[in-house]
Design a protein around this ligand. Structure first.
Ligand code: R5P
Length: 292
């Protein structure tokens, strides 16, 4: 953590940037931005960045493409204006779920997005709970993935969970559930999920476990439509679970996601502020500040 850094707050991340500046003692600069009448983005850095170690902070929740372009404009402008380094922080990295060619001919979106960030001039890249951390190997600059699992679990610890069980709604969330279970002093259950790559429909297989009298925490990297969590919650309820808490890093909460989860038996959802939402109650800046 270096005090002489300049933290450039992108239009999508004013609070995270402010929090990072408080935690690091670095100077906070609010980037000027507007949209032209045709929808194009305009960016202006209001201070000189020449010779400075700059940290650009911009999350990329919907509208993802706009946020990404704003991010790229900030990075390249900082580089063109002589910044010594341009650390790029995208707390939520859009397109990260398309990290494989699931079907022939598909775009490997995460690769394209990461390569664009590097090509614009980023000298180091930081994100939070990227869908798969292996994706960062598409970068030739340093790429760091920090996790919010500890922050989320510490927050949940304040609830008096009864004999908790932490559920991973799919195999990809196993490590996350194990880490949370360690902090919450609970057990872990891993469900098996299959997604139809054409319709997007998901099927989740339950496991033989008795959850009677036990509170459940379902943990995942992100909630989009809420289908993954709803399936897991239904299984937990069928097995007799008491209260059902949900913790995720990125609460995209598209459409009726919240209603879907509540209908499935979810009592409370908490998330970080990588994506703003009514449930984004945990700030991720402390985890990011450690790696700047
Ligand atoms: C998938 O691998 C992710 O980790 C999430 O489980 C998934 O993207 C959540 O999407 P949805 O809320 O639409 O089920």
């Amino acid at each position: 953590m270096k005090q002489e850094m300049l933290i450039l707050a992108g239009p999508a991340s004013p609070r995270t940037a402010e929090h990072l500046a408080e935690l690091t003692g670095a100077q906070l600069v609010k980037v000027e931005y507007k949209r032209f009448p045709d929808g194009e983005s305009y960016i202006r850095l209001p201070v000189s960045v020449e010779g400075e170690e700059v940290v650009v902070v911009q999350t990329t929740y919907p509208e993802q493409d706009k946020r990404l372009v704003e991010l790229l404009l900030m990075i390249e402008t900082a580089k063109d204006l002589g910044a010594k380094s341009v650390t790029t922080v995208a707390p939520y990295l859009a397109y990260a779920r398309q990290d494989r060619q699931f079907r022939d001919g598909e775009a490997l979106s995460v690769k394209t997005v990461l390569r664009l960030i590097e090509a614009a001039g980023a000298t180091k890249f930081v994100t939070v709970d990227i869908h798969k951390k292996e994706s960062l190997s598409w970068l030739s600059i340093e790429g760091i993935n920090v996790t919010a699992v500890e922050l989320l679990s510490e927050h949940l610890k304040k609830q008096k969970l009864s004999n908790p069980v932490v559920i991973a709604p799919d195999v990809g969330a196993k490590w996350r559930a194990e880490k949370a279970a360690e902090i919450l002093r609970g057990e872990t259950v891993v469900l098996e999920k299959h997604r139809d790559r054409i319709t997007g429909e998901i099927v989740t297989k339950g496991v033989e476990v008795d959850l009677r009298g036990r509170d459940v925490v379902i943990i995942d990297d992100l909630i989009s439509t809420g289908g993954t969590i709803a399936n897991a919650a239904k299984i937990a309820k069928k097995k007799g679970a008491g209260k059902v808490y949900v913790a995720c890093t990125h609460a995209l909460l598209i459409g009726a996601a919240m209603e879907k989860m509540v209908k499935a038996g979810v009592d409370e959802v908490i998330a970080t502020d990588t994506v703003p939402s009514p449930v984004s109650v945990v700030g991720v800046a402390p985890a990011i500040a450690k790696v700047l």
